[in-house]
Write a protein that binds this ligand. Sequence first.
Ligand code: SAM
Ligand code: SF4
Length: 333
Amino acid sequence: MKKELIDPFNRKIEYVRVSVTDKCNYRCGYCMPEQGVHPEGMHTEYLSYDELARIIQAFVNLGVSKIRLTGGEPLVRKNLAGFVKQINAFEGLEDIALSTNAHHLAREAQALKEAGLNRVNISIDSLKAERFNKITRGGDLVKVLVGVDKALEVGLNPVKFNMVVMRGTNDDEIEAMVDYGLEKGVEVRFIETMPIGPAGISMMDQHYAADKILARIKKHVGSDLIPSTGRTHDGPSRNYTIAGTQTRIGVISAVSQHFCESCNRVRLTARGVLALCLGQEDAVDLRTPLRQGISDAELQQMIVQAIAKKPERHFFNENVHNIEFRQMVQLGG
Ligand code: SAM
Ligand code: SF4
């Protein structure tokens, strides 16, 4: 019988977000401090691809079927396609996904697809080049849009867009993003700013609630938004199909409406820490025991014990200070 990882609240953990680096070529204000994170970080602090693969294999043996590679920016780490190929060989791993800012995607998409990558989420917070550059502190919208087209051309499926909506910064582009999604046949997911790390917390005065986003979209498309039913792969995302089209939109409302009861995931940081909840401190260091030579069976046991400590929910609204020291760029979004 296929194994299952079940947490104390009867949630099936079938999805691991794996950060391959906490470095990034962009500096989005809600995610990264301007100077980046840990510029002094030693190379050996990061798990090698072999170490990451060993942990992923342990999760797959325990019943996890989906891995999302994230960061920082995963495409700044060399030979990501080689790593995708390595883990794609694991029997039982059904789905490999990527979250990226797409700056390097045009260059990498073909190799990633051939290596076994299935799907990609691309962050785009503005379709205005100058504004995009400002939000990302240096990003190049043209490169990103070429990356989008390349991802679609090589057949990564689905491609999704993620837009963090910020009041007074880009909220006037909600409708334009819907139109861009419709033009490309791509689902757009609108994300509420989350108070994670000093960067996220500093942006909470620009928080824009998901229900307002939905109302704007409904008015713009002039037709109903039909709530999706059944499995969506998305866990926290509330999804809708725009009536009369095949295009879906989603909202991720971590703050105005928490989604913890459907949480099906844990996060592995690039330094080998297993973070059990985006909004709580609960975490287990896997790097130290891994480098001390634990067996595969012991590694699996550690993971099972860690999942038993997964908190019921985050407390974004109640105790923001708890998560002040953590940075989204390290947790992988
Ligand atoms: N660099 C890649 C990217 O931007 O897609 C992957 C890593 S990034 C940390 C993953 C996701 O987290 C992105 O969609 C980003 O917009 C989102 N994110 C980062 N900080 C956030 C915050 N404070 N609130 C909401 N979403 C955030
Ligand atoms: Fe980099 Fe992604 Fe964070 Fe932006 S959201 S700074 S692209 S890791």
